[in-house]
Design a protein around this ligand. Structure first.
Ligand code: NAP
Length: 435
């Protein structure tokens, strides 16, 4: 201990704050003392003035740097403390702008970990990279070559993946395999405040899984980009991104991290829809599940291009294109893991039966009518739909064409009249055609 420093009994010191780092303890003759030797670089030679040590001798007093006599600090020592303006456009002693910019950019950059590097995982990774983020991935299969071509770090072993400490981990696994993947995932190797997210096309299920299986200190964000590698091949403008901030810590950095991830979608032009996972599943059952079901039905029908495609038909082809290429696992997951899907499927089935019944009802009535008309026409001759008499020849072929025309004309009549077939037909069946 230097001589010009006063010793103060440590037991009398309480509530030391701020400058306490410059106070070192030492022990002299069994009594604990404070050595007021300053420790900071700038004030290495500063000593605590007598005033300061006096104040320290009273219990509850705090060593304050305003009491430090820095007169002994040499000019050169003072000049060693660097002053670096932080603002990007501030005048800099040298051109620090590039470095500063790099620092700011680095602050914005996320290290995003993708679990499940299939169709959708790769699709998302490309956009994350395009938006300046680092991406690493892991998956059941070996995607090393594809990952390399996309500039994605690939780890077959999930332990190695977690040890890279991504800021965000996004589960892009199939709906059906997500639970098993999460159960086997070594999340204890991740950082304690990692943000976990998912992009499953159903939302209540992963939300529950996350809440049950993820450590309490993980943030949870449920996402559903309502588009895929086909529908989102080009621009993402106006494509919906549904999100639910299920659990995000209060700290600014945590909230900013979520915003930074969401900003990828916002910057790409997505329509950002904040919605609870429960509400998502209700709405998605009647929109997305029905879309996929119809697309899959039409795909199974193997619709092909024609030379006379109408706009409507083009839409159907594009629907098939956007849905039929997705894995059946995905479609099955939409059904199995959304409790609202069964009701929607029943509604669709019922609607189809109704439409079909209406169609066949009309057709049967017409055929029945035609049978009766044919009998009448053979006996009495026929009037066509436009009132002209149809020549009832003895010739068999003429007779057949008369019968054809009758059917056609009656069909035209029905369409023109726009009325229901049932009532008028009953009358006609009685042998009094209304034409
Ligand atoms: P998918 O068939 O639903 O999922 C394929 C991914 O799941 C692959 O990464 C695959 O890993 C992984 N996987 C499948 N079975 C597995 C198992 N038993 N164990 C471990 N991993 C398994 O097809 P996807 O289109 O890529 O969809 C991925 C996720 O994104 C799904 O949850 C889907 O709902 C969601 N999503 C898809 C779209 C879309 O349009 N495609 C849109 C929005 C959201 P390996 O390849 O390594 O086998």
């Amino acid at each position: 201990m230097t001589q010009n420093m006063s010793a103060v009994r440590l037991t009398e010191l309480t509530g030391l704050t701020g400058g306490t780092r410059s106070v070192n303890r030492c022990k002299t003759q069994g009594t604990p003392f404070v050595d007021a030797r300053p420790a900071s670089l700038a004030a290495r030679r500063a000593v605590v003035s007598l005033d300061a040590t006096k104040s320290l001798s009273k219990p509850g007093h705090v060593l304050n740097f305003t009491h430090i006599n820095t007169s002994n600090v040499s000019r050169t020592q003072r000049n060693r403390t660097p002053f670096t303006p932080k603002a990007l456009d501030a005048a800099q002693p040298f051109d620090f702008e590039a470095k500063q910019r790099q620092k700011v950019e680095k602050g914005k950059k996320l290290k995003i970990g993708i679990v499940g590097f299939g169709n959708f995982g790769q699709f998302l990774s490309k956009r994350f990279i395009k938006n300046g983020h680092d991406v690493i991935a892991t998956s059941r299969s070996d995607y090393g070559h594809i990952a390399e071509s996309l500039n994605v770090g690939y780890f077959r072993d999930p332990d190695d993946f977690c040890e890279m400490h991504p800021d965000v981990v996004i589960f892009c696994t199939s709906i059906l395999s997500t639970e098993a993947t999460i159960n086997a995932f070594p999340m204890q190797r991740l950082r304690r405040n990692t943000l976990v997210a998912d992009v499953l096309s159903v939302k209540q299920f992963p939300k529950q899984l996350f809440l049950q299986r993820m450590p309490d200190n993980f943030d949870i964000l449920c996402l559903h980009p309502m588009f895929g590698p086909d529908s989102g091949k080009g621009s993402w403008k106006d494509l919906p991104l549904v999100y639910d901030k299920v659990r995000v810590g209060e700290e600014k950095t945590r909230r900013e991290r979520v915003d930074r991830l969401l900003s990828v979608f916002a910057d790409e032009g997505c329509r950002m829809v904040e919605m609870s996972c429960e509400e998502h599943d209700i709405q998605a059952a009647s929109s997305q599940f029905i879309t996929h079901t119809v697309g899959r039905m039409l795909g199974t029908m193997e619709l092909t291009e024609t030379t006379i495609n109408t706009k409507g038909y083009e839409s159907l082809l594009s629907l098939v294109n956007n849905t039929y290429n997705d894995s059946f696992d995905l479609y099955y997951g939409l059904f199995m893991y959304n409790k609202n899907a069964t009701a929607e499927l029943s509604r669709l089935e019922l609607a189809f039966s109704q439409v079909k019944a209406e169609l066949f009802d009309r057709l049967h009535t017409l055929i029945r009518d035609d049978i009766f008309d044919e009998n009448v026409s053979q006996a009495t001759g026929l009037l066509s739909g436009n009132g002209k008499e149809i020549v009832d020849s003895q010739n068999g072929s003429d007779s057949a064409s008369a019968s054809d025309r009758t059917f056609k004309d009656r069909l035209i009549d029905q369409v023109n009249s726009g009325g229901s077939l049932g009532g008028s037909m009953d009358k006609e069946e009685e042998g009094t055609p209304s034409r």
